[in-house]
Write a protein that binds this ligand. Structure first.
Ligand SMILES: O=C(CO)COP(=O)(O)O
Ligand SMILES: O=C[C@H](O)COP(=O)(O)O
Ligand SMILES: [Zn+2]
Ligand SMILES: [Zn+2]
Length: 308
């Protein structure tokens, strides 16, 4: 079973539920996620950011994901998260990824279209799908910090024009989510009316939600209980993600919840086992925590169990 694109996954789930797109940086993270998806028989997207590629190297992540496909028998889509220019997208297309994101969201509209179109032409010629982004999320993306004032929600009419002119296969939209662990100051709010409008103007077209971690309170509490200092963290409530999955959002991006699950578990392990120094002693429970967290998401939030 080779790596697959996201096309069939999105067709299958459209309007019913969403596929989880999980950020991966090392073997334990990949194994935890893949074990969960296998037990749930769920479609799966593993995504690699530019930072992850720098940290672990393209070839290591690529081979680990190929190994996961072979070992699990699952269909997995390997996706570049937030490609910022043509070159990184080309390098991932040439290097065996089955999907890439070109994130031209900080560019003026016409330039975002031109860049996205160029990536679409290159990727489609090689059978690779392309996600693009229109509108700006607040929060932290790699080293780029977007303030709430500089963020702007996706304009529905522009979204239609953008998709028509670029031919991109899916579109990440800004409706109030943001990257990282600090998404809302007061009450969590997403602009569902805007999402509904975009989905009605682009019927059947896959939309993507970035910054969609719930920032699970149990992991934040555990980090803090065992020496962490994560104050005021807040994510997207699970019921909002469930709702988005029925409204045309086909891909829900999750990174922060993986980071928190892993860190909370390792902090707890060291607090309770201060003499341990074999990495397997703390990476094994960390991998297990990722697995059960991802199973919970697939089953109860993404609702995409048994959607292969
Ligand atoms: O959107 C993301 C990756 O592209 C991750 O979002 P979170 O920070 O909410 O996990
Ligand atoms: O959108 C950002 C993802 O959470 C990836 O984060 P990173 O760029 O630090 O790897
Ligand atoms: Zn972006
Ligand atoms: Zn993102």
């Amino acid at each position: 079973m080779p790596l697959v694109t996201s096309t069939e996954m999105f067709k299958k789930v459209y309007g019913k539920c969403a596929v989880g797109a999980f950020n991966v940086n090392n073997m334990e993270i990949i194994q935890g996620i893949v074990d969960a998806a296998k037990e749930e028989q769920a479609p799966l997207i593993l995504q690699v950011s530019a930072g992850a590629r720098k940290y672990a190297k393209h070839i290591y992540l690529m081979k680990l994901v190929e190994a996961a496909v072979e070992d699990s028998g699952l269909s997995i889509c390997l996706h570049l998260d937030h490609g910022e220019d043509f070159e990184i997208c080309k390098s991932c297309v040439d290097g065996g990824f089955t999907s890439v994101m070109i994130d031209g969201s900080k560019l003026p509209f016409a330039e975002n279209i031109a860049l996205t179109k160029k990536v679409v032409e290159y990727a489609h010629a090689k059978g690779v799908t392309v996600e693009a982004e229109l509108g700006r999320l607040a929060g932290v993306e790699d080293d780029v910090k977007v303030s709430a004032a500089d963020s702007s929600y996706t304009d529905p009419d522009q979204a239609v024009e953008f998709v028509q002119k670029t031919g991109c296969d899916s579109l990440a939209i800004a409706i109030g989510t943001s990257h990282g662990a600090y998404k809302f100051k007061g009450e969590a709010k997403l602009d569902f009316a805007r999402l509904g409008k975009i989905a009605s103007l682009l019927p059947g077209y896959p939309l993507v939600l970035h910054g969609a971690s719930t920032v699970l309170p149990e992991f934040v509490a555990k980090c803090n209980q065992y020496g962490g200092e994560i104050k005021g963290a807040q994510g997207v409530p699970e019921e909002m993600l469930r709702k988005a999955g029925t409204m045309g959002v086909c891909k829900i991006n999750i990174d922060t919840d993986l980071r928190l699950a892993m860190t909370a578990t390792i902090r707890e392990h060291f607090a309770n086992n201060p003499a341990d120094f074999d990495p397997r002693q703390y990476l094994k429970p960390a991998r297990g925590a990722i697995k059960s967290m991802v199973k919970h998401k697939i089953r109860n939030v993404l609702n995409c169990s048994n959607q292969l």
